[in-house]
Design a protein around this ligand. Sequence first.
Ligand code: ISE
Length: 341
Amino acid sequence: MTDNLRVAVIGAGRMGSDHVQRLHYRISGAQVAAVVDVDLQRAQAAIDALPAGSHNAVALGTADEAFARGDINAVLIATPGFLHEDILYKGLERDIPILCEKPLTPDSDSAFNVVRAEEKLGRKRIQVGFMRRFDAEYAALGSMIERKEMGETLMIHCAHRNPSTPEGFTNEMLINDSVVHEFDVVRYLTGEEVTSVQVRLGRKTSNAANGQHDPQHVLLETESGVLADVEIFVNAKFGYQVTTQVAFEDGIVNIGGDGGPYVRSGGRWGGQVTPGFEQRFGAAFDAEFQSWVDAAKRGEIGGASAWDGYATAACCEAGVQAQAGGEKVSIKLEQKPELYR
Ligand code: ISE
């Protein structure tokens, strides 16, 4: 494909509307052709936030209307996860590049069916939106691990803190919506699959919404025995923070520390904490999108695959089971198809 990507953005919520801005202003080789949302006004509002006369995007109420248009040649899925499956199949049927926000689908069986459908198509068309892989510090850490600069990787310590949760954020979503990123990051950093998950619930904050036990301590194990622990704390109040520390045989590496201008003023010193994931991972999202667009023009994907979407769905399933029972839950994946090796 040599043409610009004419992207249908499906879902105009917090993520989708941010991606409309990204595609319009910061990504080369792609343009927003349509924004789809059941709430047509919300789709229109995402378009109206772009300067008039600078685009010819249309607002539509359903993904089918977008697929029926002859001028759409790529799709970005940013709807809630339970709506992904149908759109993924329609994108695969049309054999067009698809960037799908996580999760691929909400459970491992449906995710593996998507993997098989793509395998049948014979080429990778689906990129899953695990943006942390494009964060400069995560990428640097990944290459330190790969080059074994400090010997073998022994343990990984992760902290994932959000200021608060939106309405309806359930206890399971701490795993499915938040820790899903650590599942992917641990797999990406180590190049290994996660083999078990355990969740411990300790003392909880009084700031958590009804039904949420927050924070939680999640322990993962990989194929070679690397242990990774995650503090997931989604009502941490102070701001948004994602940090990772790796213990090697011959050193310790930390990423995700505070950055930006260090200010001394009015008798105080310090800096700003990022308020949300849009700011913390803004540059990573941009790099992820550019990689998707560039790869799509070569007929490839430029990031996490449908297999990664399936493997993380299996981790989430085990995580939710472990959350309920407290026991260590093993993960057994299907055989990896040749296409993803
Ligand atoms: C949200 O969906 C994200 O993907 C963020 O990166 C994560 O920090 C947050 O916990 C999720 O709810």
